[in-house]
Design a protein around this ligand. Structure first.
Ligand SMILES: [Cu+2]
Length: 131
């Protein structure tokens, strides 16, 4: 009799224990990759801000609000070209896995100032950046 009660108690505890393990693992996996979220405004042939600095291994999420004519976010070093429709906010997501200084520009002819529409992504090598 006592044994069967003990087994019942153990069985009722088992699912709770399994759930707790799953809940602990999920945040740990997210913590492993740092994330940088940046809001960028595109307009008047410029990006604001036009300079992003991240540590290598960071997941970069750009939230680009385009209040202007249609543009495109072009970052050749990362093989990225994302169209930015007029009056819309577009998410651009990538892993900053290549160290160096890279220029992004507007990838869609939008007028006289288009060639000037540039920004700089700086990805710091963790070894060089220190802590
Ligand atoms: Cu353009």
């Amino acid at each position: 009799m006592n044994k069967s009660i003990l087994i019942l108690v153990m069985l009722s505890l088992l699912p709770a224990g399994v759930l707790a393990v799953a809940a602990e693992q999920a945040p740990a996996a997210e913590d492993a990759v740092p994330v940088l979220k940046v809001k960028i405004y595109a307009g008047n042939w410029s990006w604001q801000p036009d300079r992003i600095r991240v540590r290598q291994g960071t997941r970069v999420i750009l939230e680009i609000e385009n209040r202007d004519a249609p543009h495109a976010f072009l970052l050749k070093a990362y093989r990225l070209k994302v169209h930015l429709p007029q009056d819309k906010t577009t998410m651009v997501e990538f892993m900053a896995d290549k160290p160096g200084k890279f220029t992004w520009r507007c990838g869609r002819p939008c007028g006289n100032g288009c060639p000037k529409m540039r920004g700089t992504l700086e990805v710091l090598d963790p070894g060089e950046a220190g802590s």
